[in-house]
Design a protein around this ligand. Sequence first.
Ligand code: GLC
Ligand code: MG
Length: 540
Amino acid sequence: MPMTKETSPSWWAAGALYQIYPRSFQDSDSDGIGDLRGIIDRLDHLSDLGVDALWLSPIFPSPMADFGYDVADYVGIDPIFGTMDDFDALVLTAHARGLKVILDLVPNHSSDQHPWFVESRSSRDNPKRDWYLWRDPAPDGGPPTNWLSEFGGSGWEYDDATGQYYYHAFLKQQPDLNWRNPQVRAAIYDAMRFWLKKGVDGFRVDVIWHLIKDDRYRDNPPNPEFRPGLPPHAALLTAYSADRPETQEIVAQLRAVCDEFDQRLLIGEIYLPIERLVAYYGADLRGAHLPFNFALLSTPWRAHDIAALIDRYEAALPPGAWPNWVLGNHDRPRVASRVGPAQARVAAMLLLTLRGTPTLYYGDELGMEQVDIAPQDVQDPFEKNVPGIGVGRDGCRTPMPWDSSPNAGFSDAKPWLPLGPDAAQDNVANLRADAQSILNLYRALLRLRRARPQLSLGDYQPLAVQGELLLYRRCHQGESVLIALNLGAAPVSAASDAFGLDGEVLLSTLMDRAGERVGATLDLRGHEGVIIGRAPEPVV
Ligand code: GLC
Ligand code: MG
C-alpha cells in the first residue's frame, strides 16, 4: 500500500472519492445550472454518505463548448459557477468537514478563446504560435495527417488567416496544446501550483494519455475491429496521436509538481487496455498515484468476466502500485441502466469491497438511471456532431434529485437538463428515510469500509466463481472478511466449509439480514450480495 514519509497509508488509499458534475449538483442562484454555493449547501450529503474527497469536473472560465473541458483561463472560476471567494469558501468548508477537494486539470487542450490560442492563431510568427500544433496542409491541400477528432470528423481545422491547420483531438473549439514546448509545460505547472497553494488536494488530469503526439506526424493505422455502430473516430487506432512513449516524462513532471506539496493526489484519466494503463503509475511509481481504472464500465456483467478482470488487473499492477476502481462518470451510461436497478446494489458492494480506491459518480448512490433526452434538449456536443448512435452524454449528467419539491430541490428555475422521470420519488430525502434504500446501502458500505480495514487496505484473495456467484476474501492483519456477490437473477448457494464461510452477515445488499449466522450453506437471493465476517465487538 502507498506509504508516506511517516509510513502511514496515504489518505486516498483508504478513502473513497466522489465525482461531482458541478452543473448538475445544486443550483443556488436560480439560473438552472449548478454552482459552487450550491455544492457548499449540499456538503451535508457527502458527510452523511461517508466519502473522503470530492472531485469537481472543470469550474474554470470557459465558453462551455464542451461544458468546461474547454478552458479559457486555468486560474479562474467561471461566473456560472461563482467567484474565487466561493471557491475558497468551498475548500474551507469541505476541509473543516474532513473532505478533500480534487480539481479537474485539462492540460491537453485549451479553449479556442483562451488568450494563448487567440495569440497563437494571430500570425505564423507570433511568440505563442508554437504553443499549439500548427502544420502545413498536405500536398493535396487536405489535413496534414489522417488523425480523427474523438467528437467526429478530422482532427485538423484549417485556419484561413494563416494558411495552416491546427490539431484538436476533441472539438475544433479545443485546440491541443504543444507539450513539446517547455513554455507550455511551465504555464500549466504554474496553474497547478496556484490551486495547490490554495489547498486543493490534487488533480484528476483530463485525457492524460493524449498529451503528446508523434513528432513525425505519421498517419494512424486502421482499426481492424472497427464495425458500424461505433463512433467514427474508432475507425483508426491512435498509435501516433496518443499514448506516445514521451507521455511518461510529462506525467512524472505533473507528479513532481504535486509532490512539491504534502499529500496531494494525482489521478489520470486513461482509456487504455490494462497492460498499457498500468504504465501510467510511472517508472518507480513516480507517475500518477491512480491511473483511473475504467475496466468495470465495459466488462460484461457476468461473474466469470468480472473475476477474470480483477485477476488480470491485480496481476498487471506494478509492485507497490495502489489499485482503483470506477463504476460511472460523466462520459459513460449510468451503471444502474447498464446492469439494471436490482444489480446496481451488487455493483455498489463490488465497488466498495474491491482492493483499491473507489470513485463514486454523483447520483449513483441513488440508483440514478440514464435519462432519455429529447432531441430538442440535447446539449452534448458529441451527440450533436455524431447523432443517433448513442454516444450522447447528457443522459448521465442530469440534475441530482434532492427532494420532492419543484425541480426536485435542484433549482428554482428550469434545469439545464431535464430531471429523470423518477426524481419526485427516488430523491435523497425519500431514499434517506427508507432504511433499505440503495442510498442507505451505500452509507452502510462506506461505514463498514471505515470500520473494517480489511475492506479498504486488505489483500484481495479470489475464492471461486460458481455460475453467477462471485466469492472473494479481503485480509488484513490476520483477519479477513468474505464477500459473496450474486450477479444473476436466480438464487445461488455455496457450501460454507468449502470456503471457510465462518461468521455472520455483516451486510446484505438487501439490508435485511445483518447479524444472521452463516450455516452449512450460504444462500443468496437473486441480485443479492453479502459481506461476511466476525461479529462486531459489543459496545460497552
Ligand atoms: C475527457 C472528459 C470529457 C471531455 C474530453 C475532452 O474525456 O472526461 O468529458 O469531453 O475529455 O476534454
Ligand atoms: Mg446556478
